[in-house]
Design a protein around this ligand. Sequence first.
Ligand code: GLC
Length: 482
Amino acid sequence: MKDFGYDVADYTDVDPLFGNLATFDRLLADIHARGLRVIVDYVPNHTSDQHAWFTDSRSSRTSPRRDWYVWRDPKPDGSPPNNWISVFGGSAWAWDDASGQFYLHSFLAEQPDLDWRNPEVKAAMFDVLRFWLDRGVDGFRIDVAQFVAKDPLLRDNPPNPHPERMAHMGDWSQQLHLYDHGHPDVHEIYREFRALLDSYPGDRVSIGELHHEQFEVWAGFYGQNLDEIHVPFNFHLLFSPWDATEVRCIVDAVEAALPAGAWPNWVLGNHDQRRLASRIGDGQARVAMLLLLTLRGTPTIYYGDELGLPNAEIRPDQVRDPWGLVEPGQGRDPGRSPMPWDGSPNGAFTTPDVDPWLPLAPGHETTNVALQREDPASLLSMTRRLLDLRRGHPALAEGVHRSMDGTPDGTFCFVRSIDGSEGAPAVLVALNLTGEPRRVELDPGTGRVIEGTHPDRLGVTVDTASVDLRPDEGLVIELTAR
Ligand code: GLC
């Protein structure tokens, strides 16, 4: 629990904090009985330093598992083998006094990196996949998927000429990460991974946590023949400024970079970032949800974002995240606060008399599930309606995407339609990413508002020659076939 589960001491068991394998099987069965699926977070790059493999590896230079991890001699001056830095700050190498070598840890020192170039490691880690697939899980989210392939020569990373573009990464932004992850050999690993998944009956999904600024490199993780990761998380919007031009460029670039037949996906929040509503404001959080749920592809919603949950305020003595302890200010705790189910003292996340692991985000008396469920104008209600809509509406479910040119600054408009099918309902999405009114002028035609950030618009007929968007407004307009 140094990194809350991302430091695995046993891949084929359950931490006693949560139960045991019998509890897991029951959970899986109960969830399946409700028509939901279960995806397990798979952490291939590193184990815990408590894992038996590592204890064994560190026990001596001649241990049979020594080369399951990345051990290297110091440089002649005693310094680490290269300049790589840990994502969580400081050198990525830790000194082991007993055996007189450094080991590599791309994250905490308590998270030593496995050496995937060792076939025994790969075999053992593929057995882990089989273990969970045999139990009936529906797939995996692959933690830091790119990290399993590093430069075999362990070359130094060059400095990053634009660290400000990666400022959210703290120390790590100081280098260009050419060598410490994402070596092209990574693709062979995920082709094998996928073949293993596909050898199981039913639908089993792979979701990869990975990012690359270059859209083509990112899209490469689908595999040239769509034979690698089903859902390479698309974090481009998550890391972009909330600006209509940037958003449009990203959407177009992602659509253009996808290999033929690949299915897009979109992410606007996760447990490693600050909260969406705090980042872009309450009004825009609604616009963002409308965008996320009308773009072509699979959306990922981070719990609480459907309520517009803000960052929790964490006092220095409340910091839990190891990253925040190593690099003050980098902690991810503000986005990991308890889900506010209702307005009671601990939001029904836990009983009122105990201290939850992190404080609740401010305002949970009004920002909570119980209240928003009853309010048709709430973000939660809008989110639910949008989810229904995209399931039932062919253009939103499967239609192609076309961004509209010539709309005013601060707006982003696109059409979703079933390609080539005359008369099939098309949908226009018109978004105002600013706090000021905007008028969008498209070709004349009529349409009906079927969803929007402001419920008073529902059902209203509009002329697309002139659509007035209020501040922070987004509309989903079903176009009348001509
Ligand atoms: C991923 C996880 C993050 C974790 C890290 C190390 O980035 O999302 O929460 O700390 O990997 O496993």
